[in-house]
Design a protein around this ligand. Structure first.
Ligand code: CDP
Length: 219
């Protein structure tokens, strides 16, 4: 039995996580934050003393990752790591481990297992291209670099000017560059993706747009 999937991909801090979670809630579907899996892998590797570029070791850790998603929380080995994994440093680590093919392969089935009942909204970088190529709807969600930096700063409670903010801008640029240019599953819109620039859209407007597209397909 095939369950419907909505795949939402896009660059760092584009707002895809918030939009994807709300679309899932509106439809009563499950939600997969695939980036959280890469972030937890980076955190777990660091805790286990593994270097982020040690492909064999990090892939083995990813394959046995003791992660659970419980009521919107992310648990690693039973500990709530929901906020630890959001640190920009762990984001950079996630981007590094995500560039390793063996790590991506180790996490592939785990992501597909989320489409077990009802429907699934999945967000990430390669949901449409690799993980769920049969998705009913594919959305590539973007926003200008400035808007994305502001969204990330708000998420982390950082003022919209000053050194910490400049660091966020630099980190976003660096991570986007790495995600776009890596050899495996580079960030780019799938050929059949609907493009959604949310720079001037509220969350509600973005959610509505995705739901409208899905309803059009469904009918
Ligand atoms: O929240 P943000 O958009 O900044 O990042 P994320 O979605 O949590 O993903 C963190 C990192 O994991 C990204 O920079 C990507 O390198 C990687 N990632 C990936 O390669 N493939 C995915 N499906 C999701 C995330």
């Amino acid at each position: 039995m095939q369950y419907p999937v909505i795949a939402i991909d896009g660059p760092s801090a584009s707002g895809k996580g918030t939009v994807a979670a709300r679309v899932a809630a509106a439809l009563g579907w499950a939600y997969l934050d695939s980036g959280a899996l890469y972030r937890v892998t980076a955190l777990y590797a660091r805790e286990q003393g593994a270097a982020w570029d040690d492909e064999a070791v990090v892939a083995a850790l990813a394959a046995a990752l003791p992660v659970r998603f419980v009521d919107g929380r992310v648990e690693l080995d039973g500990r709530d790591v929901s906020s630890d994994i959001r640190a920009e440093e762990i984001g950079m680590g996630a981007s590094q481990v995500a560039a390793l093919p063996a790590v991506r392969a180790a996490l592939l089935q785990r992501q597909r297992d989320f489409a077990v009942h009802g429907g699934l909204v999945a967000d990430g970088r390669d949901m449409a291209s690799v993980v769920f190529p049969e998705a009913a709807l594919k959305v590539f969600l973007t926003a200008s670099a400035e808007v994305r930096a502001q969204r990330r700063a708000l998420q982390l409670g950082v003022p919209l000017a000053g050194e910490a903010y400049e660091r966020i801008v630099a980190d976003i640029e660096k991570r986007d560059e790495a995600d776009r240019n890596r050899a495996v599953a580079p960030l780019k819109p799938a050929a059949d993706a609907h493009m959604l620039d949310t720079s001037d859209l509220s969350i509600e407007e973005s959610v509505k747009k995705v739901l409208d597209w899905y309803r059009q397909i469904e009918n």
